[in-house]
Design a protein. Structure first.
Length: 184
């Protein structure tokens, strides 16, 4: 394999596997090296957010989750399954991001409903992220996938800047226009 055009870590939340498989296939056909992280419990997500379970070389961190009211939807485990000091509950929001995230200079894309809300974005940016991108409302799943494909296509095939690629991907339709970009 020749040197990849980009390095992407794709983090997959509960019930997001079909879209993630499609996205991974498309990205790999574009020449991207994709590292897949399947999240089964909050500590799996913390390992990624802390950088402990990330490769040294990463251009984009795509967090493909369902979202609700600016929070990541997490698998809810039985009380006896949680590890000591593991966050419990069905959501992972700005407070948890502030507590666990250490992503210095990483470009983060959170592709789930409402994961582009300002409070969540600010929590990521305060952790040291380069930028944060996500939809600020309840986006259709197909539109979400189309946004990501178009965005990455423009970055890779047409050598667009991140801002140019975002504007082109947002222009697909009303749904994709929900994506918001935040910088520190």
């Amino acid at each position: 394999m020749s040197k990849p055009d980009l390095y992407v870590s794709l983090v997959v939340g509960s019930n997001c596997d079909i879209e993630s498989i499609a996205l991974r296939s498309v990205l790999e056909s574009f020449g991207v090296r994709v590292t897949l992280h399947l999240i089964g419990r909050p500590n799996d997500f913390i390992d990624v957010l802390s950088g402990e379970d990330l490769n040294d070389q990463i251009d984009y961190l795509i967090l493909n989750f369902h979202g609700d009211e600016g929070r990541f939807c997490m698998p809810e485990l039985g009380p006896e399954i949680y590890e000591l000091n593991e966050p419990k509950g069905e959501f992972f929001g700005p407070q948890e991001i502030s507590n666990y995230c250490k992503l210095k200079d990483v470009k983060v894309i959170a592709s789930g409903c409402t994961l582009g809300e300002k409070q969540l974005a600010n929590a990521f940016l305060k952790s040291g992220c380069h930028s944060y991108l996500g939809p600020n409302d309840y986006i259709d799943g197909n539109a979400n996938l189309m946004f990501l494909i178009r965005f990455m296509y423009e970055i890779i095939a047409n050598k667009r800047t991140q801002q140019e690629a975002i504007e082109l991907a947002k222009s697909i339709d009303e749904e994709t226009s929900m994506y918001q970009l935040y910088f520190a």
